[in-house]
Design a protein around this ligand. Structure first.
Ligand code: SER
Length: 324
């Protein structure tokens, strides 16, 4: 059977770029995009689309049957900062959507499922530097609790029902095409928009808050790579640590000053600070590198250059030279 993919949450930050990349590789009709809301005109015209509320199992099942879906990527979630404002909604969305997909995968013999976990599964008692794959996990946010429970469910469905579910613990994902919404790592995107438009930014995290981050292209690549890897290489059925870079607001602002010397950063930590303070500063992703050959392409310098270049083009502000 030919691969036929359903991306749920396709209009979100990662879903948008993941859908585009999958369509480039497999053809637009092999990838059904779905979301509870419409995407941009460009996105809606780029291939087949279904309205799906991820909390409604019937709607997912209907699309799976209608399109003879073989693989599902479940990208809808309520992120950390928003879920702290609406704890029960966050829990309900993040859990119900996953259990719906796992149940359908079990019943309909879906070949493969991708579901993202997060560095938010770690908490205040986790070692913060080079956080290992297997360690203490006592998350203190609703988002983190839902991701940790989700990891357990993924492993459970694999062990007990043979559902081939694969997962990554994404760090903060940095991109310029689609904005993130409601995450603690969103500052690392906002800072570029504000630097280019207003030459200043007020950070909601303190100067020295170090967090693991990754450029979008690497996140999409890792996602497709783990899904394409032979099942025998996927030794971890909860979720894999993956890493690319770690930095603080102060460090990234210095890099931005290299392009925009007038740029000024100020700090006014808000409630998101306490979320960030309980997350790892850097991640040990040895297992992913060993098991299915993961490696990142974008370090801090290359990411900053690409963000400045792409957003400058978008805002038509300047045309910096790319050094690579
Ligand atoms: N980027 C996410 C957040 O900040 C972390 O997975 O909530």
């Amino acid at each position: 059977m030919n691969t036929k993919i359903l991306v749920i949450g396709a209009c979100g930050q990662i879903g948008t770029e993941l859908t585009a990349k999958l369509r480039l590789q497999l053809g637009k009709d092999a990838v059904i995009a779905s979301d509870i809301k419409e995407g941009t005109d460009e996105f809606m015209n780029s291939g087949p689309f279904e309205f799906i509320n991820a909390m409604d199992k019937g709607e997912i099942l209907e699309a799976v049957e209608k399109h003879h879906i073989t693989d599902v990527y479940l990208m809808s979630a309520m992120l950390s900062a928003t879920a702290e404002k609406y704890p029960s909604k966050g829990w309900d969305l993040n859990m119900a959507s996953l259990l719906n997909v796992l149940e359908i995968a079990k019943a309909k013999k879906i070949k493969k499922v991708f579901w993202p976990s997060s560095i938010a599964v770690f908490g205040p008692t986790t070692p913060k530097k080079d956080t290992p794959q297997t360690t203490i996990m006592e998350p203190s946010t609703v988002y983190g609790i839902s991701k940790q429970a989700g990891e357990r469910w993924c492993e459970y469905y694999f062990n007990n029902y043979g559902v081939d579910v694969r997962s990554l613990r994404y760090p903060g994902i940095i991109s310029w095409k689609t904005n993130p919404g409601g995450g603690t790592t969103d500052y690392a995107i906002e800072i570029f928009h504000e630097a280019l438009r207003h030459k200043k930014y007020c950070s909601f995290l303190s100067a020295e808050t170090r967090l693991p981050m990754m450029y979008m292209d690497d996140a999409v690549e890792a996602t497709i790579q783990i899904m394409n890897a032979p099942g025998s290489e996927i030794k971890i059925r909860s979720s894999y640590n993956i890493a690319a870079m770690s930095f603080t607001p102060e460090v990234i602002s210095e890099k931005i000053k290299g392009y925009i010397p007038e740029f000024e950063i100020t700090y006014k930590p808000d409630s998101r600070q306490s979320i960030a303070s309980n997350w790892p500063q850097s991640i040990d992703d040895t297992e992913a590198r060993k098991d299915w050959n993961w490696s990142h392409q974008f370090n801090l310098e290359k990411m900053v250059e690409r963000m400045i270049y792409s957003l400058s083009n978008k805002y038509k502000l300047m045309e910096p030279e790319l050094n690579y």
